[in-house]
Design a protein around this ligand. Structure first.
Ligand SMILES: Nc1ncnc2c1ncn2[C@@H]1O[C@H](COP(=O)(O)OP(=O)(O)OP(=O)(O)O)[C@@H](O)[C@H]1O
Length: 257
């Protein structure tokens, strides 16, 4: 008799039997997904497949009609979105509204202050401020914005604004990072830069991303889950998934040939 599969210690976010109905229409049905520490996991599928709804369910912006969600071993099916964010499940756009009239350094500092609850303090010790500045510079260097630290966010190129958003997201110390089309609207060079950042970031986190650019998915992602009409068509590494005839028909064949 085969022994039961050992629990996968690297799984940090997982959903079982996830379903969401909207007034009689089932947008997501019976979705199982496991997101692992150190992995970049892509959620792909044609328009309307249910990717955004799955993101909204995992981050608790929407309540599932059925199914369960587990984060870091805790059942979060009925937990609020804000608590889930505090537990370390962070979606990029949640704090991606950077302030155009603040500098790069100030933007990252504001995000760090929020994370550390410093915004409500009347006084701050010089040492606390130094620590904040030190961490802000680390994050800015990690995303390659050191040369732009004193520039206003409004004056950055589109690609660098998105990179700044990633830095402010990282300030929240996510354990699981959900990225909604992080490369959308970027030119080749910026895509390359962001790929490098996401790869680096994922070494010590789990990343789940919705991405339409299949070259990016092929280059970057360790695991790919394909959704079609709200259901999982298949899941696996890119090479296996992209050879699957059903995927070619449902997705690759229609949009990317
Ligand atoms: N609040 C809602 N009320 C009713 N229907 C909804 C709602 N949100 C999503 N849907 C429907 O659920 C289905 C899945 O939508 P969803 O936005 O999750 O797909 P998607 O894969 O993210 O699509 P895209 O790639 O176009 O962003 C669509 O048919 C959509 O019209």
């Amino acid at each position: 008799m085969t022994p039961p599969a050992a629990p996968d210690a690297d799984i940090v976010l997982s959903a079982r039997g996830l379903r969401r109905d909207f007034a009689g229409f089932t947008a997501v049905n019976d979705v199982d997904i496991d997101v692992r520490h150190g992995e970049i996991h892509a959620l792909i599928g044609p328009n309307g497949a249910g990717k955004t709804t799955v993101f909204n369910l995992l981050t608790k912006f929407l309540q599932p009609t059925r199914g369960t969600i587990t984060l870091l071993g805790q059942d979060i099916t009925r937990t609020s979105a804000s608590k889930v964010a505090r537990m370390g499940l962070v979606r990029s756009f949640q704090i991606s509204a950077t302030f155009p009239h603040l500098t790069v350094l100030e933007n990252v500092r504001v995000a760090l202050q929020r994370q550390n609850g410093l915004s409500t303090q009347f006084w701050r010790s010089t040492r606390a401020l130094d620590r904040l500045n030190g961490r802000a510079m680390e994050l800015i260097e990690q995303v390659g914005l050191k040369d732009a630290r004193g520039r206003l966010a409004a004056d950055l190129s589109y690609g660098r604004k998105r990179v700044l958003e990633i830095a402010t997201t990282l300030a929240l110390e996510p354990r699981v990072l959900l990225l909604d089309e992080p490369m959308a609207g970027m030119g080749h060079e910026d895509v390359h830069v962001v790929e490098g950042i996401v790869r680096e970031v994922a070494k010590s986190r789990a990343v789940l991303m919705v991405e339409h650019n299949l070259k990016v998915v092929a280059n970057l992602c360790d695991r790919v889950t394909v959704l079609q009409r709200g259901e999982i068509l298949t899941s696996g590494d890119y090479a296996t998934v992209s050879r699957d005839e059903r995927v070619k028909t449902a997705y690759l064949g229609t949009e990317h040939e």
